[in-house]
Structure formats: C-alpha cells, structure tokens
Write a protein that binds this ligand. Structure first.
Ligand code: 13P
Length: 256
C-alpha cells in the first residue's frame, strides 16, 4: 500500500443531462454499497449546471463533487464565469484547472492556470491541475521542456497555504480520448519527473503530493498504471460516464 491515498476523479467534460445523470448516480451508489472503497478517494466532475444535482445524489456516498473550471477572479463583470467562492459555496470540494482542452480550445496560458490554482486553493478547494505534452511535442523530444514550463507555473503553491490540497494530473494530449494510453513505464517516468519539479519547492510536500495519470484509462489498463510508484490514481474521461467502468477503475486504485 502506498503512503499517498489513491484518488480517482471522473471528468465528464460536456456530457450530461438530468435523466442520464440520475441513472449514473444510481448505478454508482449501488456499486459503492457492494464494494468497499476505503482505500480510494473518489470525485466526479460534471458540467456546472449539474453540480447541485451531483451533490444532492451523492451526499451520503463518500463521493466528492468537483467543477471542471474556475475563474481566477473573485467577482465582477465577467459574464459566464464562475468563481472559486461560488463553487465552494455550492458544496463542491474540488476543481479541475488547466485541462488541455481548455488550454488549446480556450487559450488558457500557464499564467492563467497558476492564477486559477491560487484562487481555488485560497477558497479551500482541492485542485487538480492538469499538464501534458502534445504528440508533436513528444515526437520532437520536448516533453520535459513542456512539462517543466507547465508545472513550474504553479509548483510553488505546494509549499504555500493549502498546498496539501494541490493534486497534479499528467495527461498526455495524444492519449486523451484516443484509446491510446501511455504505457505504465512511460507514465511512471514522467510522473517521477513531475515530482522532481515539485520537490524544488519542498521535498516533503512533493513526496506527499498526489500525481494522477489521465488519458484513455480503462478497467483493462488501470491496475498496471496505478501499480507504478509515482502514479497515485487517475483522471478519467470517457470511462467515468460508464458506471461499471468507473467503479472498476476506482477498485483498481483502491487495490494498488
Ligand atoms: P479519456 O479518459 O476519455 O481519454 O479523457 C481523459 C481526460 O481528458 C480526463 O480529463
């Protein structure tokens, strides 16, 4: 058993509606009643309109709820934005920051991601900060340079107030939604590299920090990935929308 408690978070992305959510919550609840998940922390991150529904349906299951994005600003004339205080006010404990889809589709910069991490930690939220290289960056041998830039933007936060609530997710862009996961060994090497970057701000904090792998995690590859010493769980996209798959992945993390 690893010293860091395993964490599995489901990132639903922009997939949900009230009725299908009810089915998913019901299946998750009955699955959790059948199986002990004492050794894994579980989070689901539906789109904003369904956060309240998720909190209501999951309140007594031990599953926490998170948002998929947050504004770096506390309030103001920012149409369409949602602050960290609002997310916390609703009863969410978690937020995902800097997902590659937001970096590429919404133009989020490393500085934006760092500001969001600070805003969310400042409101007492647990943060999953995402990093990861594109296929072209990997093929050109730039993986470590890209990760250094992305991780260093927010890494100092692990040694600051609430730093123990900061989780990093390594999601190679080429593995997201493609069915092509990184091999466990490749992911482990990268996770070790990320932990070393964090350690520049405090060896003990870095040792305690959880680093999740994301990108085509399925029940079939979860155990192998989670058995690696620096892989502390997963950030799950597509498979988090299928109750049995998500529960199997949570179980693999609990057993790792
Ligand atoms: P998939 O699991 O669908 O590849 O998505 C991973 C992801 O982007 C989670 O944030």
């Amino acid at each position: 058993m690893k010293s860091r408690k395993a964490l599995v978070a489901g990132n639903w992305k922009m997939n949900a509606d009230i009725v299908s959510n009810e089915h998913l919550f019901t299946s998750l609840r009955s699955g959790l009643e059948r199986t002990s998940m004492a050794h894994v922390e579980i989070v689901v991150c539906p789109p904003f309109p369904y956060l309240g529904q998720a909190i209501a349906w999951l309140s007594d299951t031990g599953v926490a709820v998170g948002a998929q994005n947050v504004s770096a600003s506390p309030n103001g004339a920012l149409t369409g934005e949602v602050s960290a205080a609002m997310i916390a006010d609703l009863g969410c404990a978690w937020v995902i920051v800097g997902h590659s889809e937001r970096r590429t589709l919404c133009g989020e910069s490393d500085a934006d991601v760092a500001a969001k991490v600070a805003a969310a930690l400042g409101q007492g939220l647990n943060v999953i900060a995402c990093v990861g290289e594109s296929l072209a960056e990997r093929e050109q041998g730039h993986t470590e340079a890209v990760l250094t830039r992305q991780v260093d933007a927010f890494a100092a936060a692990i040694a600051g107030p609430g730093g123990e609530r900061l989780v990093v997710a390594y999601e190679p862009v080429w593995a997201i939604g493609t069915g092509r996961s990184a091999s466990s060994e490749m992911a482990q090497d990268t996770h070790r590299f990320i932990r070393a970057r964090l350690a520049r701000h405090g060896a003990e904090a870095a040792d305690k920090a959880r680093i999740l792998y994301g990108g085509s995690v399925k029940p079939s590859n979860a155990s192998s990935l989670f058995s690696m010493p620096d892989i502390d769980g997963g950030l799950i996209g597509g498979a988090s929308l299928v109750a049995d798959d998500f529960l199997n992945i949570c179980q693999a993390a609990a057993a790792a």
